[in-house]
Design a protein around this ligand. Sequence first.
Ligand code: ASP
Length: 439
Amino acid sequence: MKKVVKFGGSSLASAEQFMKVGEIIRSDKSRRYVVPSAPGKRNSSDTKVTDMLYRCYEMAESGQPYNKLLNQIKERYNEIIRGLKLDFSLNDEFETIRKHFEAKAGSMYAASRGEYLNGKIMAKYLGYDFIDAANVIQFDSDGNFESDTTDRLLSERLASSECAVIPGFYGSMKNGTVVTFSRGGSDITGSLVAKAVRANLYENWTDVSGCLVADPRVIKNPEVIHTITYMELRELAYMGASVLHEDAIFPVRKAGIPINIRNTNAPEDDGTMIVASTCRIPAFTITGIAGKKGFVAVNIEKDMMNAEVGFCRKVLSAFEDSDISIEHMPSGIDTMTVFVHQNEFEEKEQTVIADIEEAVHPDAIELESDLALIAVVGRGMKSTRGTAGRLFSALAHAHINVKMIDQGSSELNIIIGVRNDDFEDAIKAIYDIFVVAQL
Ligand code: ASP
């Protein structure tokens, strides 16, 4: 049994958190490959080391004095080293970092030092090998991630290491230039390592006990999802549920390795299993609810629209020409509606409308703004009669007007459009009928 364990920033923000992590790793011999993030926030008013590094480099690059901030960063690490009672110093590392800052090594290099240094401490603390991600995670000269080369380098290197720490978030180009993934990218590193060592499980340790059925800012103490499929997770993540970096799913999904989201502060909790498929009956009819505010519906009307071949294509080209992506497109006989993001559309609305006018000569174009989309996702919906009926009667009882309905043919999700103002109430009504009522 081989497990890859990734720990997020809040799990490694202080010596106290490091000790919890140490205990978790030592309690299971199969936890052989560790991917740390940089130290995160110790409390809500704290700053992540990654953000401090970006800021520090910005100051260095623009010729402002940056030593004070660099010393504060160093102190964050020294506090951890002292708390763990390690006989270890990062003085030389910080000298090297200072030199690289002077030589303008780039903000990606700067940010990557957060995980690099945390990885150094972690390796020392656990007695594991330290493997610099720059040597095993590869990007091409344009900064695009190279998955095949990385997989080869990682698996070759890790084959000769029984237990190792590989810092998350970064890699390098062939010439050694450090490149980072986008923010939250240590999740991706964990997934790549899991694939390379053919792990049985990729454990992703964070500060919540798994994926939640609904956003805790809307629903107080929502239930934890026990098992979710990659497909369901994609649907929820797309609609704003943030659990993992979205690119972290693909490497392990391809290799058939499940992900287990766990809580460093409550290791006794099972967390959430993310799997390719499962015969487990979900606890509730729905697996999760997620949603986003800030959409505009563009309603286009034209008599006999149905008889005009190419009508939709011409309308959609008007959006494409302005580089606007489309969320949903419900249509009737003589009407079609296109849902777009309000912030993307606002600036370009007049161009898009003029282009639609010219392309299809509609009878009317109406815009409705301040709309929200909510996705109700669940593999269990397919086999349950009456899900849509219950959903819409719950919304009607809550006096919520449904503006749009879209059920994918996979029956994995139902998307509804409501007014922004009704967003929270709609989610509460859906949660009540499918979760609270089933408890
Ligand atoms: N430390 C990086 C960030 O704050 C990467 C990560 O934590 O995954 O985005």
